[in-house]
Design a protein around this ligand. Structure first.
Ligand code: NAD
Length: 487
């Protein structure tokens, strides 16, 4: 279905609300006007937090887990029913290939279904400690959660955060990136349509340093869950310190993709191409450092560049497109500056390396070879369709180079040796390791970072714990009352 240009209010307390500031949102792939969206002021954030607080002490608090499960399944059904609209909205707003976005919408559905089912596993425990003391624990929602998400996967990132929070019984104020709020706003509307009570889910688009920092510092917010850059994550940690809030941070990455000579290159090469150019490289877990064993390095680089050169770059709405545009012209310039810096530092540009002509923020798949891990292009997150290919001599050096990064989000290993795969999985400091498998995010499998890639896990059953408090209840079951002072 065609998404008509429309004006979006903020989503507060179960309805669209107007704001003092309304911005034009343009499609990054064409520059055309897509929508107009309201931006939240501090007063709007106050209203959203109050609505969430009121929901927590009202209908939502009385909603049993079985009913929350039903509501999350109903929201998943509503996403399925509106999947074409959501996919088109996201593809046009972000500039991403619709073929990829359709998979993201499917994952959003699966994610709500996973947590809708997992609600049943939220349970305290009991333990009769000693003869006259019974202990049991209650699991209670943490409270009002501020959730802040970036522009690269607006719907996916929102659902990664919303599903466990709502399953746990929390109420949420979600702040999308001001450039990409549309699918999150539509999700707010769908949540109301399926019967999630007003105030439980609020969406307040706005700039990070103003709206975002005000939300994070808000005294009536109990928890902050953030996805974005490591630099902003550090600022969030500082802002969330007074008054103290629980926080989880999903941050940047510079993930290695390690290819040994004993790997099946016919499998490793197409998967490695996908692992960097999916979402035009604008993924936290993009495998942007490809480490290749020296004996197959030249062969790998030439076959990889050949495959990358055959990717279809273009109109995000064309079903054949594999790589869409970048998020903005500014971002394209930033990506290109990294490529120039790589050239200056001695990297060889084997493919791409020049911004596209014409409308839209397109940048071609780019391969930088002869890269050393100390170079800026191998250390900093470029967040674009640029891969750095680095040779290594042996397993020990592969692990050393993989770990020579401030980040630790993901790593992929390609090898014919099963034991070697497990040795790498143990030696690499990252939140997840894929062995002979490029995919990264599955509902049910914990996802998150080591080191400067953040802390806390999303997508897993353990994520629920991050949205719950554990209350210990201690009961005397003895025949005589405790009287420690013998009074
Ligand atoms: P960013 O940190 O600039 O912005 C992310 C979000 O934070 C946006 O909504 C922004 O408005 C908000 N924000 C910015 N400053 C803020 C402040 N002072 N207070 C509160 N909110 C603030 O990141 P970005 O450039 O939009 O996103 C790309 C980054 O996100 C990359 O580093 C990428 O690796 C990371 N990312 C990580 C994951 C993950 O799961 N680990 C997933 C996707 C993206």
């Amino acid at each position: 279905m065609a998404v008509a240009t429309r004006e979006y209010g903020m989503w507060i307390d179960g309805e669209f609300a107007q704001a003092g500031e309304v911005r034009d949102l343009r499609e990054p792939a064409s520059g055309e006007l897509l929508a107009r969206a309201a931006m939240a002021s501090k007063e709007d954030v106050d209203r959203a937090v109050s609505a969430a607080r009121a929901a927590l002490s009202g209908a939502w608090a009385k909603t049993p887990a079985t009913e929350r499960s039903r509501l999350l399944h109903a929201l998943a059904d509503a996403i399925v029913a509106n999947r074409r609209e959501l996919a088109e909205l996201e593809a046009r707003n972000v500039g991403k290939a619709i073929s990829s976005v359709k998979l993201e919408v499917n994952q959003a559905v699966d994610n709500f279904r996973f947590y809708a089912s997992a609600i049943g596993s939220i349970a305290g425990r009991s333990n009769p400690i000693g003869g006259s003391l019974l202990f049991y624990s209650l699991k209670e929602p943490v409270g009002v959660c501020a959730q802040i998400v970036p522009w690269n996967y607006p719907l996916t990132m929102a659902t990664w955060k919303l599903a466990p929070a709502l399953a746990a019984g929390c109420a949420v104020v979600l702040k999308p990136d001001p450039a990409t709020p549309l699918t999150a706003l539509r999700l707010g509307e769908l949540a109301a349509e399926v019967g999630i009570p007003q105030g439980v889910l609020n969406v307040v688009p706005g700039d990070g340093p103003t709206t975002g920092s005000y939300l994070v510092s808000h005294p009536d917010v109990d928890k902050v869950a953030f996805t974005g850059s490591t630099r902003t994550g550090a600022e969030i940690m500082r802002l969330a310190a007074s008054p103290l809030k629980r926080i989880t941070l999903e941050l940047g990455g510079k993930s290695p993709n390690i290819v040994f000579a004993d790997a099946n290159l016919d499998d490793a090469i197409p998967s490695s191409v996908w692992s960097i150019y999916y979402a035009a490289g604008q993924s936290c877990e993009a495998r942007s450092r490809v480490l290749v064993e020296s004996s197959v390095y030249d062969d790998f680089v030439s076959r990889f560049a050949d495959a990358a050169g055959r990717l279809k770059v273009g109109d995000p709405l064309d079903a054949e497109t594999q790589v869409g545009s970048l998020i903005s012209e500014n971002h394209r310039q930033k990506v290109h500056r990294f490529v120039e810096q790589g050239r200056d530092e001695g990297a060889e540009v084997v493919l791409g390396g020049e911004p596209g002509n014409g409308d839209g923020a397109f940048y071609p798949p780019t391969v930088l070879a002869k890269v050393e891990n100390r170079m800026t292009v191998a250390q900093e997150e470029i967040f674009g369709p640029v891969v750095t290919v680095i040779p290594f001599a042996d397993e020990k050096e592969a692990i050393a180079i993989a770990n020579d990064s401030k980040y630790g989000l993901y790593a992929t290993v390609w090898t014919g040796g099963a034991a070697r795969g497990h040795r790498l999985a143990s030696g690499i400091k990252a939140g997840s390791i894929g062995i002979n498998m490029p995919y990264t995010a599955f509902p049910g499998i914990p996802f998150g970072g080591y080191k400067q890639s953040g802390f806390g896990r999303e997508l897993g059953i353990e994520t629920l714990e991050l949205y719950l408090e554990t209350k210990s209840v201690l009961v005397s079951t003895g025949a005589r009352a405790y009287n420690p002072f013998a009074l």
